[in-house]
Ligand binder design. Structure first.
Ligand SMILES: [Ca+2]
Ligand SMILES: [Ca+2]
Length: 234
């Protein structure tokens, strides 16, 4: 019984460890010493990316302007989005979308590195979807305090949203948002004017979760606890 109890706790302990479900580093699968080439296929796990609302994308350096957290050197690319909405239009309707199945996972957390160009929108909103179609804001907007700068390891903790767990349709967006105070886009660099050809660059987009305890694990734990209770009673 001691063995069963130990096994049950060991399995439960292992199952509560957060691990990466999917990660994008946007680097070329085969390094080619060219940061203008990269890959939108996840570097870990499975998932897809999409452009939202008419944005366009290229690959550009993940090292320049202070750099992202990507440890890669020499061929560190990032996903570089441009073609943003005209001033005063399409609030939170343009940006990047990421689809990642959270099947068998819970306590979902998302993190990413993002470089704002000088003329890019200072405010960025994170949104999530539990059906892959409808997106809702989560938390308040992220705010850049400078332009031409990487803001690394922006993160959101979705563990309070149970519908995000164990969901093949989970998706999230990072979209440009108006300054809540003015209802207009504001440039990330205080001395610049917002521009539609500005860029928002993404790197190390990461989704983490913990495995949902399997029924077998729970049964084993129950058996172990029952055994322990019996032992205590003796
Ligand atoms: Ca490359
Ligand atoms: Ca990279």
């Amino acid at each position: 019984m001691k063995t069963i109890l130990f096994t049950a706790f060991a399995v439960l302990a292992a199952s509560s460890q957060a691990a990466i479900i999917t990660q994008w580093n946007f680097n070329s699968v085969t390094p080619d010493a060219n940061t203008s080439t990269g890959s939108a296929t996840p570097s870990i796990g499975a998932g897809t990316v999409a452009l939202v609302g008419g944005t366009t994308s290229t690959f550009a350096s993940g090292d320049a302007s202070g750099g992202s957290t990507d440890p890669a050197t020499g061929d560190d690319s990032a996903w570089n989005l441009s073609t943003w909405a005209a001033q005063g239009t399409e609030n939170k309707l343009r940006g990047a979308q990421f689809n990642v199945s959270t099947a068998g996972q819970l306590n979902i957390k998302v993190s990413w590195d993002q470089r704002h160009s000088n003329t890019s929108s200072k405010f960025i909103q994170f949104q999530y979807s539990v059906n892959g179609v409808d997106f809702v804001d989560f938390g308040s907007a992220f705010e850049a305090t400078a332009g031409d700068t990487w803001f690394n390891t922006r993160s959101v903790d979705l563990s309070s949203i149970s519908a995000v767990n164990d969901n093949a349709n989970f998706a999230f967006r990072v979209v440009a948002a108006f300054d809540p105070a003015t209802g207009q886009y504001v440039a990330s660099n205080a001395t610049s004017a917002y521009g539609t050809t500005s860029t928002q660059r993404f790197d190390m987009v990461t989704v983490e979760g913990e495995p949902v305890p399997e029924p077998a694990t729970m049964a084993l734990l129950g058996l172990g606890l029952a055994a322990a209770a019996r032992k205590r009673r003796k």
